[in-house]
Write a protein that binds this ligand. Sequence first.
Ligand code: TUI
Length: 315
Amino acid sequence: MKTRLTELLNIEAPIIQGGMAWVADAQLAAAVSEAGGLGIIAGGNAPKEVIREEIRKAKELTEKIFGVNVMLLSPFVDDIIDLVIEEEIPVITTGAGNPGKYMDRLKAAKIKVLPVVPSVALARRMEKIGAHAVIVEGTEAGGHIGEVTTMALTPQVADAVTIPVVAAGGIADGRGLLAALSLGAEGVQVGTRFICSTECTVHEKYKEKVLSAKDRDAIVTARSTGHPVRVLRNQFTKAFLRMEKDLMSPEDLEKAGVGKLRMAVVDGDTEGGSVMAGQVAGLVNKVCSCREIIEEMVATADETYERLASKIKEG
Ligand code: TUI
């Protein structure tokens, strides 16, 4: 499957792995890249040297291209930008903000920048300042989210910019990949499905929580803080939503969330911790290797396209 995204990144399948904090480590990123997609190491809120170690590990595990996600709300964001330049990372994705102030340095270092955007306005701005592609993330996604759905936002961004568009949020299989291409995207970013890959190192209980989730289990918390976060319903979300209803201040709510993602990912406390996942959690029912996920997505997208094309012609 060839698109401007596969050409830009020199990858085989137009599939980018989401830069999920605490989840997207060297092992996951290398497995996705080895399978022909673009693996991404998440910077998250981690300090520079922790991420340097993951980058070095991934370099041992694969010769293929992989990238780093820079989470712009991180207290270490400036260090992580220095790090990707020092380590000659060829491509980064950014999330949770506007990477504008780093753009000149990143471009001087020949790093391809793919910002995640939740709106047409930000997509336009990113194109203007030299982004190589934009990742349009709909509200179906897990973690920190925007307001507009992938279905509505992707074609609007595709009409507004000329750089390649990557659709994210709500995509977990070949049908989603084909749908995204129909909407004008030239690739997809997949997060939740890769959590349930054999190579993903999250606690088994985190995978089980995603596998057993149903369609309405991925709910939104922290709307009142201005940083809404989609997570799987559990004791933590129940307590958190109660605190929001009781009008706890955004500062205290942020404090109540600190360390909760780690609790779920590392310790396997999927009731007391924050289990970030997208609305497609209900669609993810089995653990597969990254290669199986990518091959299945591309094959299903192809088959579905052929089946639809002949059906439409017959009709
Ligand atoms: O960044 C994500 N997903 C994330 S980041 C994260 S860590 C975190 N946890 C709690 C609160 C905040 C962060 C967990 N999941 N996805 C990409 C994404 N970026 N979604 C939405 C955005 C976004 C939002 C606003 C991008 C740019 C933006 O711009 C605002 C501006 O400055 O114009």
